[in-house]
Design a protein around this ligand. Structure first.
Ligand SMILES: [Zn+2]
Length: 311
């Protein structure tokens, strides 16, 4: 009887050891497989491939970030500003996610990569760390890591996504850098619908084809008008020819700006003004068909397209 019990105990012990060994083996196999799943290598692309093709860039970003992206095919009559507005962000996001763009003019059927929320791409350079990138864009390092949640080795990446930020000018291509530099010179005197652009047009009153020396921004009478840049007021009068009531500002770098058809002037000649400082209220004085601000930029006395300078 005793012998039988001892034999059973030995058999049970052997079974337990066997079970333990099998379990350990299975665990190690599972762990090995899991590791290989976690460490899956995302397809790698060169910077050129990613710039050239928006679809490739989307695939690249979808595997690395927690941001949703889509491809937008540009339709007739769409422009950068309209596309950005439709998605609830600024043109900087469209430019910042499309390093293939060399101008801010888009063509029908262009493929643009658009994120679900505002932000830009940062081209990773060999010297970059999470900390240096966070500092560059003034963003929390953890936010960067959370957004680019599947980037395990920053040094192997070409681009990461910076949520909620404008592209850093030094990361843009040369052509875009020039455009950004010009736009740093001036800010828009007010926000509104652009009703007439610079260049040749049929005059709304005389019917004659003429050159329009600036842009018209349709806004309600009384809208606050701000100085487009630092400067000195050289004209502030209610009787400036077809401009009606107008303010001229000399920015003393070769540039002069005109603000026409105003209803009220809030500065005087000789006054120094800062970029963004309120100088007048808009109106419809002078030769005007309705309330709007006429805005002219002159460089060394020659009219230039204000849209070169404004976002
Ligand atoms: Zn005008």
């Amino acid at each position: 009887m005793k012998n039988i019990i001892i034999r059973w105990i030995i058999i049970l012990l052997c079974l337990a050891v066997a079970c333990f060994i099998v379990q350990a083996k299975v665990n190690s196999i599972v762990r090995k497989n899991l590791n290989s799943v976690v460490k899956v290598e995302f397809p790698r692309y060169s910077k050129e491939e990613l710039i050239k093709d928006s679809e490739t860039r989307m695939k690249y970003l979808l595997t690395r970030t927690n941001v949703k992206f889509k491809i937008h095919k540009v339709k007739m009559k769409e422009n950068l500003w309209l596309i950005a507005k439709k998605h609830g962000y600024s043109v900087h996001t469209v430019i910042g996610c499309n390093p293939q763009m060399k101008t801010y003019h888009v063509n029908v059927n262009d493929n643009l990569l658009l994120p679900e929320t505002g932000g830009c791409l940062h081209p990773v350079s060999p010297r970059d760390t999470w900390a240096t990138i966070a500092e560059k864009y003034d963003i929390e390092e953890q936010t960067l890591k959370d957004t680019n949640c599947r980037v395990y080795d920053l040094s192997k990446e070409v681009y990461i996504f910076i949520p909620g930020k404008k592209p850093a000018v030094d990361t843009l291509n040369e052509s875009m850098q020039e455009k950004y530099a010009l736009r740093d010179l001036f800010r828009s005197p007010l926000a509104g619908r652009l009703s007439s652009t610079f260049g040749t047009r049929r005059h709304p009153i005389t019917g004659k084809v003429s050159k329009h020396g600036g842009i018209d921004i349709a806004v309600k009478t009384g809208t606050l008008v701000a100085a487009a840049a630092d400067g000195v007021v050289t004209v502030a009068s209610t009787n400036v020819g077809h401009y009606g009531t107008a303010v001229f500002i000399d920015h003393r770098n070769g540039y002069v700006t005109h603000y026409g058809h105003l209803s009220k002037i809030l500065v005087r000649v000789g006054q120094k003004v800062k970029m963004g400082q309120i100088i007048a209220r808009s109106g419809s004085t002078g030769r005007s068909t309705g309330p709007h601000l006429h805005f002219t930029v002159k460089k060394n006395g020659v009219g230039v397209d204000p849209l070169k300078f404004l976002w």
